[in-house]
Design a protein around this ligand. Structure first.
Ligand SMILES: CC(C)(COP(=O)(O)OP(=O)(O)OC[C@H]1O[C@@H](n2cnc3c(N)ncnc32)[C@H](O)[C@@H]1OP(=O)(O)O)[C@@H](O)C(=O)NCCC(=O)NCCS
Length: 160
């Protein structure tokens, strides 16, 4: 029944640890979501390292999102988060991020940081809605393929 429930859109999304077998799919997801993609090896390294945490978002047999962070003492940085283009706009990223933050808290993390491009409205709303606050700004931090330079915001959320 998996394909049928996926077809009708009522299959449940599940957040779970990513595995090495997911690397090709995760690299493909990253490539369609960002200008500079991470290759399969970069995901393999992230999944294998002890101070990183990578979760996948799965619906049925499809992996439709991921989030990755790096932990240092009681702080963590969200390195990347993405949802497959045709699954965006359904609030799935919130479920993914909130679950991930819960696991970070379980690892003893009390402060989480991330960088977001100032004009990335879906991401800004995601982070605003999950308790992150702007704590810094980096001018012309991101360089676009067309040469445009965009500002980055640094955001922070405390976990209790
Ligand atoms: C950012 C991203 C992960 C959000 O995933 P998503 O599951 O589509 O997010 P949601 O459906 O929960 O939407 C997040 C918020 O953005 C809003 N939003 C969605 N698309 C939007 C758009 N085109 N313009 C403005 N706001 C938008 C939603 O209304 C929601 O806000 P709300 O909760 O206040 O209503 C997804 O857009 C993505 O993968 N983008 C490419 C990769 C990326 O930019 N990652 C973040 C790097 S910092």
């Amino acid at each position: 029944m998996t394909w049928l429930s996926e077809f009708w859109g009522y299959a449940e999304a599940t957040v779970e640890p990513a595995t090495l077998r997911d690397c090709p799919k995760l690299a493909a997801l990253h490539a369609v979501s960002f200008h500079r993609g991470w290759d399969e090896q970069e995901f393999a390294d992230l999944i294998s390292e002890r101070n990183t945490l990578v979760h996948r978002l799965r619906i049925g047999r499809r992996i439709i999102g991921f989030v990755a962070s790096r932990i240092g003492a009681d702080e963590a940085e969200i390195l990347s988060i993405a949802i497959a283009p045709n699954w965006r706009g359904r609030r799935l990223s919130r479920q993914l991020l909130v679950t991930h933050l819960g696991h970070l808290a379980g690892r003893g993390v009390t402060k989480v940081f991330l960088e977001v491009e100032e004009n990335n409205q879906p991401a800004r709303r995601l982070y605003d809605g999950t308790g992150f606050s702007v704590v810094g700004r980096r001018e012309r931090y991101y360089r676009q393929p067309d040469g445009a330079q965009l500002n980055a915001l640094i955001m922070r959320r405390d976990l209790s």
